[in-house]
Ligand binder design. Structure first.
Ligand code: ADP
Length: 236
């Protein structure tokens, strides 16, 4: 899950998308690779360094999701001053040394919350992470969409298919429909839109994905629709 800009709701979408994929009966992990601002500990209520057993990192489990974050490996404030190689090394370690699944019970999908932007850190991470597809989150305004376009271009350069665009904070303040039009221009799928929703923000701050807290709510239904399209794009 990527975005051109920060603050567009990439982490909120990543967490709720992961929960919605789990709601489809899939075994799901989530890796917070956002070195600039790891949000997963807050959004899933995680704290404490993960255990290290038999040479493997044991991920936290929250709301049925196996979860790891750069914010759990170091003090959150430290992560953002990491240089590219350090960030890349930490992500690689979390990817390869975490016991995401076992042979009998492998993960079906690992959602990676990437850092926002299209700089060298992102490029290295994307190249080092064997990704099956990218989900790009944008708000509806042109300034955000221009950056979403750049994110798509970055994924094209490294041969990662863009599964589609998601419009977040869709509605009165920022406008509506920008991401859908952009997806059509780029020739990628439009995965769905999510309104500005106070409950979504409150649930994130409280450490529980809204999809888990209110599985029968309107927002959960929207994420379920997005998750169905993402699962289809991944052939799951
Ligand atoms: P990013 O990962 O892109 O930096 P976050 O997911 O951390 O963005 O979201 C930034 C802030 O906006 C958070 O406080 C989050 O709760 C809030 N937020 C995200 N999406 C929505 C939405 N659709 N409605 C209301 N608040 C939202």
């Amino acid at each position: 899950v990527a975005s051109g800009k920060g603050g567009v709701g990439k982490s909120t979408v990543a967490v709720n998308l992961a929960a919605a994929l789990a709601g489809r009966g899939l075994s799901v992990g989530i890796l917070d690779a956002d070195v600039y601002g790891p949000s997963l500990p807050t959004m899933l209520g995680l704290s404490g360094q993960p255990a290290y057993v038999d040479g493997a990192i044991v991920p936290h489990v929250a709301f049925g999701l196996k979860a790891m974050s750069v914010g759990l490996l170091t003090k959150a404030d430290d992560a953002m001053i990491w240089r590219g190689p350090m960030a890349s090394q930490a992500i690689t370690q979390m990817l390869t040394q975490t016991r995401w699944g076992t042979e009998e019970a492998p993960l079906d999908v690992l959602v990676v919350d990437l850092p926002p932007g299209t700089g060298d850190v992102q490029l290295t991470l994307i190249q080092k992470t064997p990704l099956d597809g990218a989900v790009i989150v944008s708000t509806p305004q042109e300034v955000a969409l221009a950056d979403a376009r750049r994110a798509h271009t970055l994924f094209q350069r490294v041969n990662v298919p863009t599964l589609g665009l998601i419009e977040n904070m869709s509605g009165d303040v920022f406008g509506r429909g920008g991401a859908e039009a952009e997806a059509a221009r780029l020739g990628v799928a439009f995965l769905g839109d999510l309104p500005v929703d106070a409950g979504l923000r409150q649930a994130g701050d409280a450490g529980e994905p809204l999809v888990s807290a209110e599985p029968d709510g309107e927002v959960a239904a929207r994420f379920a629709a997005v998750a169905a399209r993402v699962a289809e794009g991944l052939g799951l």
